[in-house]
Design a protein around this ligand. Structure first.
Ligand code: AMP
Length: 402
């Protein structure tokens, strides 16, 4: 196959993030973002990485995803990289929810579109936007293979014992209620990159991956396959996040409805948007929280402690799930940058094997690296995640086989 370029699209309800990669060497040719689609002040930011030129910004009305993608193609064309280029071999789409159906990246056809649509009730915020992005891209390049890469796919290997909630089976099945997990592309990429960092094959290592961004999730990966993860039916379950509560007693919801007289929508907003770090201390940016802690702010300190306590509980749980652990890997905005979070999360776990070396932990780098002392029985790693590269890699591998 001569064409080697893959365009990766991540379509939200009012935004499109994109990257163009050349899969001969996985290099990035361009990257950008269209925001506030449908408003008067839409914004396109385009970085022409291949030419090393300065980022270009444009503000004005972009009516819909169709107009957004055409604007992106125009920007790409200025550097000879337009969507009509024969060098473009496929478009890879991030799709949040693939349910139980999609266990792998999938070439998109009408049947696949119908199934992604059928999953909207379990992903009402994300799948419609992903579908719009796919339909728009297909209309622009109907001849080009388009691939859906699902956030849930990596977690479909979870055994039923981890994937099922202990609720009435008939009710659960009727509404497709089970634990699906998210951030799968990142957990897949980081667990493999961690194995590589240890000089081993993914099949030969057990890894706990901690994806700590604004959204946060943990996963237990045995020999390259996910056996448990902290997010569930939706991305609300599990760790304390920027604005999401993570685990709570489900009866909190009944209580807020019955006693607090809140509507379901109000509770949904409370738990998804006004909880987590922002609910606990008013800030969801870990940099700001650390700055406040340094100034002696007790509310910020308590928020940090609750965040770390939950993280530790998941690390402990996944030790028990995996039996033996070779490495703990930190990734995403907080995991890659916040040394105090990494130090605090691992502190006190030394009898289980992991440890953090203060000096190594303080090093800032974009490269995957170990931050545990050389003699630690369980390695601790920082592995920058790269979901776009993973989507492009999976897309290219799939179309190359066809
Ligand atoms: P993500 O969702 O992966 O983009 O992560 C975003 C989050 O990463 C932000 O909300 C911050 O809390 C956190 N973050 C980014 N940079 C830093 C940093 N230098 N130190 C601490 N936290 C950071």
């Amino acid at each position: 196959m001569s064409a080697t370029r893959v365009l990766v699209l991540n379509s939200g309800s009012s935004s499109v993030k994109y990257q163009l990669l050349d899969m001969r060497d996985s290099s990035r040719l361009a990257a950008g973002l269209v925001e506030r689609i449908g408003e008067q002040s839409s914004r396109l930011k385009h970085t022409p990485l291949a030419t090393g030129g300065d980022p270009r910004e444009w503000t004005g009305p972009i009516a819909d995803h169709d107009a957004a993608l055409k604007a992106v193609s125009e920007e790409l064309s200025k550097d000879g990289l337009g969507l009509d280029s024969p060098e473009l071999v496929a478009i890879g789409h991030r799709v949040v929810h693939g349910g139980k159906t999609f266990t792998e990246p999938t070439v998109i056809d009408e049947t696949v579109l119908a199934e992604i649509e059928r999953l909207i009730p379990v992903a009402p915020l994300h799948n419609p936007a992903n579908l719009t992005g796919i339909r728009t891209a297909r209309a622009l390049r109907p001849d080009l293979p388009q691939v859906a890469v699902f956030d849930t796919a990596f977690h479909t290997t979870m055994p039923e014992s981890a994937a099922r909630y202990a609720i009435d089976v008939a009710t659960a099945d009727a509404h497709r209620i089970r634990r699906y997990g998210f951030h799968g592309t990142s957990h897949a990429y980081v667990s493999r990159a961690t194995a590589k960092l240890l000089g081993k094959a993914p099949e030969d290592v057990n890894v706990i991956v901690l994806h700590l961004g604004n959204g946060a999730s943990a996963s237990a990966v045995r020999g390259g396959r996910c056996v448990d993860t902290s997010m569930g039916l939706t991305p609300l379950e599990g760790l304390v996040m920027g604005t999401r509560s993570g685990d709570t007693d489900p009866a909190v919801i009944f209580h807020l409805a019955r006693v607090g007289k809140m509507s379901i929508d109000e509770i949904d907003t409370l738990l998804n948007k006004k909880s987590g770090l922002v609910g606990l201390c008013g800030d969801n940016d870990m940099r700001e929280i650390q700055r406040r802690i340094d100034e002696g702010d007790e509310q910020a300190e308590l928020a940090f402690d609750i965040y770390i306590h939950r993280l530790k509980k998941y690390i402990g749980a996944y030790y028990a799930v995996l039996g033996t652990v070779d490495a703990i890997a930190f990734t995403a905005g907080v995991g890659e940058n916040a040394a105090p979070v990494r130090e605090a999360a691992v502190a006190g776990l030394e009898t289980l094997g992991p440890a953090v070396d203060r000096e190594l932990n303080a090093v800032r780098s974009d490269e995957p690296r170990l931050i545990s002392p050389a003699d630690a029985r369980v390695k601790v790693a920082v592995v920058p995640t790269d979901e776009e590269l993973e989507i492009a890699t999976q897309t290219y591998a799939l179309v190359s086989r066809h």
